[in-house]
Ligand binder design. Structure first.
Ligand SMILES: Nc1ncnc2c1ncn2[C@@H]1O[C@H](COP(=O)(O)OP(=O)(O)OP(=O)(O)O)[C@@H](O)[C@H]1O
Length: 448
């Protein structure tokens, strides 16, 4: 039975949450202050800690490093008030697993707990991914890709067509278009829906660690292997393994991956025992893999194995007829998260939204809406709340692609200079992911 510790000074709320989670089958302890929590942590192990950010004797974040040091496997989920979201995001960088804004619904806390229990080690490092999980949850119940336009309908049809089969699926689309959301939608209506969905960002795994990440290892098999660890294949056994940014795998790792997929057997690093694995593979790429194959950077046999069925995820630009539907959806999420009641865009903002190119696609739209809601006091998003870059760029967009690219390149260079070439900070400033920034740096061949 997974064990949970709640640290919360609001005793009534704490007891209510304890009761609710106990009824759901968890072993739940509660502490009303940090001292009590420290005592419990000294003698007991918890799979999950639900910790209030603000406590009378200090903040929950101060506990984080201690917990991580003493019990690295424990996942910490912070419970925040609206104004503390920023702090919680900082805390995630320090190793918290996720945050949830109060008040929350029973479904949303169960969902965050479930994803923390299912998460693999690399998850904690991927800040945007954990945030993403909370943002898409509202859409999960329907398993539907929103949209009534042609491109969205076609996407939904492909998902429904391929999901019940055992075919490997290759998702092709620009960054932020919803490849992972699509992979989850496929999983959620597949025969494997009750088993794990494991998402792996192949671009984030160091080459030397990839074998152990995919196939696991046994204690002592290499320096740093301090205990037995299962890999992504075993974690996803019976379910779906989502391999994002597949084009970033080294040639050697591609060989290993192909062998595992074909033979349906893996060996943990350091072990001679073969383990049978049955996983549905959904892979994703934002580059032209056929080009990579032609240049000898991606194995043709693996490409064909992954590409039994391919789906092109349309860019937001190609889904403009659904733009307002997405706006409504993200508005609803942002209002719930930030405790606001913003329900529309002003005429001018709407115009900007329609003329802007949305290079960061749905992720960018979601970020812009969240930020604009945060800056809006009334119920309508006005020009003031919209990032300046969007306004300038939407004017530029009208001048055509050439000037847009020129502008984008300059904007990236400016952000990099402003942040002393710190890519994480620059990506944040530009409101894109680090991955997108790297792609754009390559695209514009910037020397950084
Ligand atoms: N169909 C959808 N409905 C609602 N939101 C969506 C949908 N698709 C994508 N999103 C939003 O866009 C964000 C990005 O989606 P996702 O991570 O799946 O994109 P991606 O193509 O995998 O990006 P990357 O290539 O950068 O990993 C999600 O967090 C979610 O907020």
């Amino acid at each position: 039975m997974p064990k949970i510790l709640i640290i919360e000074d609001d005793t009534a709320f704490c007891q209510m949450l304890q009761k609710f989670l106990t009824r759901q089958g968890y072993g739940v302890s509660a502490s009303f202050n940090l001292k009590e929590a420290r005592e419990k942590l000294a003698t007991d192990f918890f799979d999950i800690i639900l910790c209030d950010v603000r406590l009378p004797e200090g903040d929950g974040i101060s506990l984080l490093s201690k917990i991580k040091e003493k019990s690295p496997k424990t996942r910490v989920i912070l419970m925040t008030g609206f104004a503390e979201v920023k702090t919680a995001v900082q805390a995630m960088k320090k190793g918290a697993f996720d945050y949830i804004s109060k008040p929350f619904t029973p479904e949303s806390i169960l969902e965050v707990i479930a994803s923390a229990l299912n998460a693999n080690g690399s998850k904690e490092l991927k800040l945007h991914e954990t945030i993403k999980l909370s943002t898409i949850s509202a859409n999960k119940s329907t398993n539907k890709i929103i949209g009534s336009g042609e491109a969205s309908k076609k996407l939904q049809q492909y998902i429904e067509l391929v999901a019940p089969t055992n075919m490997s699926v290759l998702l092709i689309g620009e960054s932020g278009t919803g490849k992972e959301v699509t992979a989850r939608a496929i999983h959620n209506i597949s025969k494997q829906k009750d088993k794990n969905f494991v998402a792996v960002d192949c671009g984030a795994i160091p080459k030397e660690l990839a074998t152990s990440e995919f196939f696991g290892h046994i204690k002592g098999s290499f320096t740093g292997a301090i205990e037995d660890k299962i890999g992504h294949f075993e974690a996803a056994n019976g379910g779906t393994l989502f391999l994002d940014e597949i084009g970033n795998l080294s040639y050697e790792n591609q060989v290993q991956l192909l062998r595992a997929i074909q033979e349906r057997k893996i060996k943990r690093v350091g072990s001679t025992r073969e383990v049978s694995v049955d996983v549905r593979i959904v892979a994703a790429t934002n580059e032209d893999l056929t080009e990579a194959v032609a240049q000898g950077n991606f194995r043709e046999d693996l490409f064909h194995r992954l590409n039994e069925f391919s789906i092109e995820i349309p860019s937001l630009k190609a889904r403009k007829e659904d733009l307002m539907l997405f706006v409504e959806f993200f508005l609803k999420n942002a209002n719930a998260e930030l405790n606001k009641n913003v329900n529309q865009l002003s005429k001018e903002v709407k115009q900007i939204f329609f003329s802007y190119n949305w290079p960061g696609n749905l992720r960018e739209l979601n970020n812009v809406i969240k930020r604009s809601v945060l800056f809006t006091d009334g119920d309508i998003i006005g020009l003031d709340a919209v990032p300046q870059t969007l306004k300038t760029e939407s004017e530029e967009d009208e001048l055509g692609d050439f000037s847009k690219h020129k502008f984008e390149k300059e904007r990236i260079l400016k952000a990099l200079k402003q942040t002393n070439f710190n890519k994480s900070k620059a990506a944040k400033l530009l409101q894109i992911t680090r991955k997108t920034l790297y792609n754009k740096i390559n695209y514009y061949q910037l020397e950084v």
